[in-house]
Design a protein around this ligand. Structure first.
Ligand SMILES: Cc1cc2nc3c(=O)[nH]c(=O)nc-3n(C[C@H](O)[C@H](O)[C@H](O)COP(=O)(O)O)c2cc1C
Length: 361
């Protein structure tokens, strides 16, 4: 059926389709549905406390005995920079005035990188797969993750990052093209905003990563149907990771305005922006991206930029506006379909296998 079975054999799954771990969006129900259809269900744990991770693992266990992927961020914690923070507040001040908001000091977002507490949660829950964005955990923690029996996957946005991940112990490299929705997983660049402009798209990145590493490569970014999956295999990928196409499934925790924006294919232009969190990420273009971004030199480092934007988002959404909402999406948003996740996964498999048959003539 599939021309390459390395990913299925390594991870114990039926089809080489990985649900993107999407912190705050990928629910237990979404992961269970994808896993039941033979793909790899993923949970974005970056925004969870260790206790929430353990509770999520318990819930998963009652609903599925399939392999699951727990995902974490490995960013370097930002040191507060009062001058930059001040400049950011000044940049956003006109919007506070427009929405009639007082400029209160917002609590800093708590987006902790993978550390001792998260590692203990992995050891307690032992997911089949642990995946990482923004690099890998420090070596001692990674050894513990592997000792807990987890296969390790991590995102690379360049060939150099792919080589680094293989050298530092990744069992699978996710080649994340510039087309991908959400945050760029980059970690080797000095200046993320500048580097994001020169990163290759999925079509160019995947074959170069395949040539550079010997572990299986999963293609991510802009893949939304069987044509994209077949193309990824033609480029040498052993699997695909898909996020945006699952955001419209009823099981996803996508907000109603975000769903409406994804449905509006006429407006489905995306851009790489750092205005929402301080790190480059791809989202549907809206007012704050147009007027403040897409890449702002004033945005505080990840994730500190989020704090000053949160009240604007809440106030605008209360009036039915997504002017300040992060509408995460990849470049294939317009190819999305509104289907339950299990049905979408089965459709993706059927479309791909049909395309392979067609290509074989
Ligand atoms: C809404 C959203 C949230 C995301 N959150 C995460 C995350 O928490 N961890 C992660 O490793 N990748 C995250 N990503 C990136 C995905 O891993 C993947 O690179 C991307 O979904 C692939 O591109 P596509 O969205 O065009 O399919 C996210 C992507 C989206 C769209």
């Amino acid at each position: 059926m599939w021309p390459d079975r390395r990913l299925q054999d390594l991870l114990g799954i039926e089809h080489p389709i990985v649900l993107s771990p999407m912190a705050g969006f990928a629910t237990v129900e979404l992961a269970v549905a994808v896993a039941a259809a033979g793909g790899l269900g993923s949970i974005g744990c970056a925004t969870m406390t260790p206790q929430q991770i353990c509770e999520t693992a318990d819930k998963l266990r009652t609903q599925s005995n399939r392999p699951m992927n727990f995902n974490f961020f490995c960013h370097r914690e930002a040191t507060p920079d009062p001058l930059r923070d001040e400049a950011w507040r000044a940049r956003l001040a006109p919007y506070y005035r427009e929405l009639g908001l007082a400029e209160t000091q917002m609590p800093q977002p708590t987006l902790l990188p993978f550390g001792e507490a998260q590692c203990a949660a992995v050891e307690a829950t032992r997911p089949a797969v642990a995946s990482f964005h923004f690099g890998l955990p420090e070596p001692a923690l990674l050894r513990r993750v592997k000792a807990a029996g987890c296969r390790v996957m991590a995102s690379a946005t360049t060939v150099a990052e792919a080589r680094w991940l293989e050298d530092h112990g990744a069992d699978v490299v996710i080649a994340q093209g510039n087309d991908a929705g959400g945050h760029r997983g980059m970690f080797l660049a000095e200046d993320f905003a500048q580097a994001s402009a020169s990163q290759p798209g999925t079509m160019a990145l995947v074959p170069q990563v395949v040539d550079a590493v010997s572990v299986p490569v999963v293609a991510a970014g802009g893949i939304a149907d069987g044509r994209g999956i077949a193309a990824a295999f033609a480029l040498g990928a052993a699997g695909v990771q898909i996020g945006t196409a699952y955001l419209r499934c009823p099981e996803a925790a996508t907000s109603p305005p975000h769903r409406a924006a994804l449905r509006d294919t006429a407006a489905a232009a995306t851009a790489l922006t750092n205005v929402f969190t301080g790190r480059p990420a791809r989202a549907l273009v809206n007012r704050v991206i147009r007027e403040v971004g897409p890449l702002s030199r004033e945005a505080p480092r990840f994730p500190l930029a989020m704090a000053a934007l949160a009240p604007l988002r809440a106030a605008a959404e209360a009036h039915g506006s997504t002017d300040f909402t992060a509408l995460w999406a990849g470049q294939s948003a317009a190819l999305g379909r509104e289907l339950p996740a299990g049905q979408l996964t089965r459709t993706l498999v059927a479309e791909t296998l049909e395309r392979f048959r067609h290509l074989a003539g």
